[in-house]
Design a protein around this ligand. Sequence first.
Ligand SMILES: [Zn+2]
Length: 128
Amino acid sequence: MQLHTHRHRVSRDQEWFTREIVENRERVRAAAGAGAVHFCYPGGNYLEEFGGWLEGCGVETATTCDPGLCSPESRRHFLPRFMDMNSVREIEFRAWVSGFAALMPRRTYAPAGGQFLEDWRKQPARQG
Ligand SMILES: [Zn+2]
């Protein structure tokens, strides 16, 4: 069990961003009994400055939703990945596992909207 922020949100503000990591780490420690040092960006949303902020929080690696395979050139706070889900066909999965898919043209991942704390707070209060 590793880090994913406590509210499934990131922030453009370093203090709020760090709070999410610290609170999430406390909850993970309580549930899993161990400290968490790996992180996955909620909704695939990240900014360049997040790498340094994560480093400052003791986070060793972070995974994006950018499709790709890791290599020695991958930056450890912005790792690409293969996103497996029910809609992925067997042949696509095999292509990724073999490394062949990394050679093929592909769509980039569009980060999920509303994943920044600042945007979340601006939403109107829900009725009922
Ligand atoms: Zn998530």
